[in-house]
Design a protein around this ligand. Sequence first.
Ligand code: AMP
Length: 283
Amino acid sequence: MQVIDSTESLAKALAARRGAGMARPPLGLVPTMGALHAGHLSLAAAARSQCDTVVLSVFVNPTQFGPDEDLDTYPRDLDGDASKAEAAGVDILFAPSTAEMHPGQMAPPAALYGMLEGARRHGHFQGVATVVAKLFDLVRPERAYFGEKDYQQVLVVRHLVAEGPFPVEIVACPTVREPDGLALSSRNARLTPPERQAARVLYQALLAGRAAIEGGGREPEAATASMAATLDQEPLARLDYAAVVQPNDLAPALPPLRGELRLLVAAHVGAVRLIDNMGAQAG
Ligand code: AMP
């Protein structure tokens, strides 16, 4: 595995591999912020099984963090990431400095950027889109792998590809969970043991919301109320939002609920903000 920290070396390494026939299409890109866990590695495994070359990027992108968010305390472990990426069969680990990426704010905000997560984290998706566009431009992958764990992010990236010049296929991979249902996240490392126990309530809230819908409920409020009530029972958790939306554009689901829907939840557990989501089928 090559470990590369500059855009110039990345361009050279990709050109050399392509020239030598070592990087035939498809080339797969897995963008991450590092502190790799089994969720990230499931994306790398999907890329490994489908692509000739796999590039995994590690970049804690400052432009997707708000001023009061956890940029400074976000977990970082490049040595650990390198061993995990190598064991997962990654060909190139691209870990640029912030100066190397100098992400500005350029992506034109779509309505999607301002809803749900975007309404709480101003500029977050512009920051994501800017860096993903930059990575697409540098790596020129045929496929890029994202986790459904960050459901809105997948839609933002699909929108970026639909509007932009990048001939890349977006592959969305299912959420990897702990045995008790908690979605793996780099931020879970910052939970205390009692908070870690409490954090499974996000998954339980999603199950409660799904049961309300799949049990025949036709009102979105009934589903969001059972999600909120589940969260409420956990004293260490504080609900940020619980929503039932259309899966393709996150528009609020209207009564009577019908067809495929997405449930999304965000909550604070101690000082850590967690998100999760799940599909549900009404009717
Ligand atoms: P991050 O490092 O948090 O920016 O995540 C990098 C990629 O890994 C994103 O596409 C995430 O959606 C994905 N990811 C994070 N956690 C999980 C998980 N538990 N299961 C599947 N994919 C995940």
